[in-house]
Design a protein around this ligand. Structure first.
Ligand code: TXA
Ligand code: MG
Length: 350
């Protein structure tokens, strides 16, 4: 298959591209599109054949459900059986935006889209191109992140091309994604809502809106005896080919440790570092240093993370050390992705 690569501006959207993309979806094809979090790999969420194609294009296990993206709050009713009041409140506050909510599904949502579950994940993104595209596509776009299964989520059109070229009908490139980490996921089907995946909308922001907010114990706090409620959270993800280790501790100790690792590096191997701009000068003898932004600038750190993880493969790095980025609002989300990428390999140097 030849993948059509189309570039559009966020401010003056190319309507011919959007119309063509919408037609592809309606005919059962696949289109990758930008959102404010990461690029999505879209298909018709109400068409079981489209969802099957999404799994095939990503190489994703089919028990891992897809998020249905809408562009009109009135469409929520059509795909859900029940919308609790707390969800309406959150929708009011955070939609359109980087929040996904889980509901009991309506009959029209095929099990192919929900990975066999009775529930459906729904998100109303704020990105102008995403909104226009979802409308043109009929209103219900099922979309996982547009990466090959296991790779970091794409935050630039070029990342999507690396993973999806030849596998889907079209890629819409509208530049880098603003947030750069996937949406926060909250399950609204239980007695109390439960946070399943951290994102830009933090636990504290959500907890403020309700009496009680639980956290999935399998994701937060490392309870290994239960499986995550969001099936995708159990899979290995984001990992670069090189061995990544997170170094945790005071700034000074972390830096000292990483500098020593660079000095003692085994012969013939290439070593890389993920560093804040503040401490980058310390690592000049590494083979490759990725600058993730100022320590206090969590928007920049989040938006660069996946691009940086991909860049280590291009630089053929064998051993990678990363500083820790435990920032106030998005720290939980940033560290969740980084820890997964490191396969839970953390060294504490306090
Ligand atoms: O920001 C995002 O959410 C991006 C953009 C494209 O919108 N999408 C995204 O999709 O990250 P994906 O498929 O890579 O991650 C969706 C996660 C998976 O971990 C999946 O298991 C979980 O959501 N999920 C989907 N439906 C679910 C359901 N009914 N119950 C529990 N978890 C669900
Ligand atoms: Mg994903």
């Amino acid at each position: 298959m030849i993948t059509k690569y189309c570039i559009t501006d966020n401010n003056s959207i190319d309507e011919t591209i959007i119309k063509e993309a919408g037609e592809i979806i309606k005919k059962g094809g696949l289109v990758a599109f930008p959102t404010e979090t990461v690029y999505g790999l879209g298909g018709d969420g109400l068409n079981p054949e489209s969802s099957k194609k999404i799994y095939a294009a990503k190489g994703r296990p089919s028990d891992n459900p897809l998020i249905i993206h809408i562009a009109d709050i009135n469409d929520l009713q059509r795909i859900t059986a029940r919308v609790p009041q707390v969800a309406m409140l959150l929708a009011d506050k955070y939609w359109p935006g980087p929040l996904t909510m889980i509901f009991e599904k309506a009959d029209c949502v095929p099990y192919e889209t929900t990975g066999g579950l009775e529930t459906v994940a729904v998100r109303f993104p704020s990105h102008p191109v995403a909104k226009a595209f979802i409308k043109a596509a009929g209103g219900f776009v099922a979309a996982p992140s547009a990466n090959l299964s296991g790779r970091p989520s794409p935050t630039h059109g070029e990342h999507v091309r690396q993973d999806m070229d030849g596998r889907i009908e079209m890629i819409i490139d509208a530049g880098p994604c603003e947030i750069g980490l996937e949406s926060t996921i909250i399950d609204c089907t239980g007695e109390y809502p439960m946070l399943l995946r951290p994102g830009y909308v933090s636990y504290d922001m959500l907890a403020k809106e309700m009496e009680r907010l639980d956290k999935d114990p399998a994701v937060f706090g490392g309870d290994t005896s239960t499986v995550p409620k969001a099936p995708g959270m159990k899979y290995r993800h984001y990992a670069p080919k090189g061995q990544l280790t997170i170094v945790s501790g005071t700034e000074e100790k972390v830096c000292e440790y990483i500098v020593k690792q660079i000095k003692d590096k085994p012969e013939g191997l290439r070593i890389g570092v993920i560093s804040c701009s503040d401490s980058i000068q310390n690592y000049s003898s590494a083979d490759y240093v990725a600058d993730i932004g100022q320590r206090g600038d969590e928007m920049t750190i989040a938006s660069r993370l996946f691009d940086i993880l991909r860049s280590f493969d291009e630089e053929n790095i064998d051993i990678i050390f990363s500083e820790e980025f435990d920032t106030p609002q998005m720290g939980m989300a940033i560290m969740n992705r980084l820890i997964k990428a490191a396969g839970h390999q953390i060294v504490r140097v306090e």
